[in-house]
Design a protein around this ligand. Structure first.
Ligand code: ADP
Ligand code: MG
Length: 729
């Protein structure tokens, strides 16, 4: 029988571009049509209900039961007019996926053979999904399997698959958060409070609400679906556990921003169409560096909505790919030897009026305020850099970070030459303590002249994990498959802490009789000095930086299992508890889930590799070796004396195959043995550490031999699609 590989290639050749079925009308005609947005609420809700929802969105006020009934009714009416039959609370449990359980609106009328569509406020507001199988890190025993999902009115309800999806938080019976959204919302409340207090130092009538903004950039790979199905490693682990590099991949830099293959552009167009209907404001699309690697990015939004939109986007992307005979890979490193995928998180703070607090302004006062926020963010990165890195540490991301293509595993901040110069000036000049009145307000220190548009001044340093790019910070270390809520939770909380410190410091100085402007300037200077070690303008990929970072005492994340310990260090527990973002139990739970996920991922990869090595690769190699042996035998019969020299290369190859096969057998046996020993370890944290240090290293070793065999064995016999095939579309 012809191998699966060749049948898959055959199928791939028949996969012609699929029509993207996008209406020819303007985008504005269908943008947001599947979202129960404010403007639709106005049409479908009573005045009272409308006002109540708007208050809940803008001020986080509670919606009372009676009003909730009215809202539910309006939502149902809107949804049913669009053919919706079911509703679901849509939430993000701690397993990097979204969860939904659909209920129909239809309810039979008691004693009669007819049904009525019903949806009450109680059902809208809270659900008990009996979610005993979601990761809960010990927060919830299965015997009291109650987890509750509760409506988050600040993220709009939408329709997908004829189902009304209600963005929700997910909490345990005891009130502890079992999801990403709950702590994200709490961290947003914390930074709102701290940021407003700092704004009011500059203007007592300042804005009353500040929100973090997020603009993510989603990188991904596409692969032909048939080839994907013929690679059990891709199917089961999301990455290739073996595969010799293709003769040509990204060396010529001809993929980045290159023209997009027709199959892919059709996919992208339909993706955009679906996203626009869902109100996801996609803006850019382009080819990325590696073969078949792409990226899309939206206009930034308020962080909670941006996170929901990113998770929703990933769901839409996964589903839509099948229609185009494609499969989308969100793994951080699906292929060895070419670039991996990240999810840059562009983060800033904005007032509800829309003022970007991390953008330099027109006046010296605005610029002092900008600097206050800027140095507080740097201070946060300096004080909590390891926690920020812990928040993005995953098994998948560990294959990408520090590989000379993605930021190193140690956090630093890039400010750009212009700002760096200003920071140095403030540090040096103020220390003379003989400031003129103008200097005290920053005018003479050039603060008044920070150019408003700095985007072009910041020579964008692509090697920095946390770069200031003119009007926002860009966290580049997040992995492509991650829920970006986690790094945002940490960033928001750490910056809230720094801003609170900033305000307290200024207040203390003012109480001591220092004029407010000078107190602010002094505090800015203090923060500049205290966060100096986190600033780095050079090449983050270089060897020197690694040595320099170590000299500065900046800790990088090495093993995932040690990085994630940050979740439970006393300082971090204190930080998150102080701002009510996560309590000790919630952090312990996340720590446990992280360990469990880590060890299970390695366990699965190791099993898949073991299976492929023993049952696919070795038999193939031996099959080919037999062909060679027969050849040598034949030569011996034909050319009795001369055969030795004639067959020397063949004999050499036979030996090489034996060597690789033997190594694969031995290494696989040892790997299985390591697994067996670890499975007897009771404690999940010890088991995770063991998996990472004793099982994971075998993977690369086994792969080494398999990849060499791939170069030796007859192409017609090789069972798995090769890199060069996976890279075609
Ligand atoms: P690049 O690849 O050069 O970083 P992109 O255009 O791909 O640039 O991505 C820029 C991202 O930054 C977009 O998602 C954009 O919405 C986001 N962004 C711009 N301004 C802000 C801001 N104030 N807050 C958060 N994100 C922002
Ligand atoms: Mg970017």
């Amino acid at each position: 029988m012809e191998s699966l590989r060749f049948r898959a290639i055959e199928q791939m050749l028949h996969h012609t571009p699929v029509d993207s079925a996008v209406p020819t009308t303007k985008v504005s005609d269908y943008y947001g049509m599947d979202v129960f947005s404010i403007d639709k609420m106005r049409d479908y809700l009573s005045g009272e209900a409308f006002e109540s929802v708007v208050n809940a969105i803008t001020e986080g006020r509670r919606i009372d039961r009676k009003v909730a009934d009215q809202v539910a009714n309006g939502m149902k009416r809107w949804a049913m007019e669009r053919g919706v039959t079911h509703y679901t609370h849509w939430f993000q449990p701690l397993n990097e996926a979204t969860a939904e359980k659909h209920d129909t609106f239809a309810e039979p009328v008691w004693g009669e053979t007819r049904a009525l569509e019903k949806f009450s406020g109680a059902l809208l507001v809270q659900q008990e999904p009996d979610a005993s199988s979601f990761p809960n890190g010990g927060l919830r025993n299965t015997f009291e399997a109650r987890g509750y999902s509760a409506w988050d009115p600040s993220s709009p309800t939408f329709i997908m698959d004829d189902t009304l999806c209600i963005p929700s938080i997910f909490i345990a019976y005891t009130g502890e958060a079992l999801d990403y959204k709950t702590p994200l919302l709490r961290s947003m409340a914390a930074i709102d409070k701290a940021a407003v207090a700092v704004c009011q130092l500059f203007d007592k009538d300042a804005s009353t609400k500040v929100v973090p903004t997020l603009g993510w950039e989603q990188e991904y790979f596409l692969v032909d679906e048939a080839l994907y199905r013929a690679r059990p490693d891709l199917e089961l682990t999301g990455r290739t556990l073996m595969g010799h590099s293709a003769s040509k991949d990204q060396q010529l830099d001809d993929h980045y921003w290159g023209d997009i293959p027709e199959r892919v552009i059709n996919y992208m167009k339909e993706l955009e169409y679906r996203c626009f209907r869902l109100g996801i404001p996609l803006k850019t699309r382009h080819n990325e560096v590696a073969p078949n690697q792409y990226e899309c990015a939206p206009m930034f939004e308020e962080a909670n909505i941006a996170v929901d939109h990113n998770t929703l986007l990933m769901t839409v992307m996964r589903r839509l790919a099948a229609k185009h005979h494609l499969h989308v890979l969100f793994h951080e490193k699906p292929y060895e030897g070419v670039n991996g995928s990240g999810k840059h998180c562009n983060w800033s703070l904005a007032t509800v009026e829309g003022q970007n607090l991390l953008a330099p302004g027109r006046t010296p006062k605005n610029n002092m305020q900008f600097l206050a926020f800027f140095v507080s963010t740097m201070k946060a990165a300096c004080d909590h850099g390891t926690m920020i890195m812990a928040s993005i540490a995953t098994e998948g991301n560990s294959h990408r970070l520090g590989g000379g293509e993605a930021p190193p595993a140690v956090l630093s901040v890039f400010t750009g030459a212009y700002l760096d110069d200003i920071l140095c000036q403030i540090e040096e000049r103020i220390s003379e303590k003989t400031l003129t009145p103008e200097e005290k307000t920053g005018i003479k220190l050039d603060i008044g002249r920070i150019p408003e548009i700095m985007l072009d001044n910041t020579d964008r340093n692509r090697t920095s994990p946390f770069a200031f790019t003119g009007n926002r910070f860009e966290l580049r270390a997040t992995g492509s498959s991650a829920n970006c809520a986690m790094p945002l939770i940490v960033l928001n909380t750490a910056v809230a802490n720094a801003l609170t410190e900033f305000k307290n410091e200024v207040d203390t100085l003012v109480e001591k009789g220092v004029k407010k402007d000078e107190a602010i300037l002094q505090t800015i200077r203090k923060f500049i000095i205290e966060s100096k070690k986190i600033r780095f303008e050079g090449n983050g990929y270089s060897e020197e930086w690694h040595r320099e970072a170590e000299r500065r005492g900046l800790r990088g994340i090495g093993m995932v299992s040690s990085a994630i310990r940050e979740y439970v260090t006393p300082e971090n527990v204190e930080l998150f508890e102080k701002f009510g973002v996560m309590n000790h139990a919630e952090l312990e739970a996340r720590y446990e889930i992280k360990n469990e996920t880590l060890l299970k991922k390695i366990q699965i990869e190791s099993r898949v590799l073991g299976d492929l090595a023993i049952n696919h690769i070795i038999p193939t190699a031996i099959g080919y070796q037999n062909v060679l042996i027969q050849n040598v035998e034949g030569l011996r019969t034909l050319f009795a004396d001369e055969y030795q020299s004639m067959a020397s290369a063949e004999i050499d190859t036979i030996r090489k195959i034996t060597g690789h096969v033997k190594a694969i057998r031995e290494l696989t046996a040892s790997m299985i043995d390591a697994r067996r020993k670890l499975n007897a370890v009771e404690n999940v944290i010890e088991r995770a550490v063991g998996y990472e240090s004793n099982v994971k290293p075998y993977m690369a070793e086994i792969r080494y031999h398999i990849d060499h065999l791939e170069m030796i064995v007859d192409d017609r016999l090789w069972p798995l699609p090769k890199y060069r095939e996976l890279f075609t579309l």
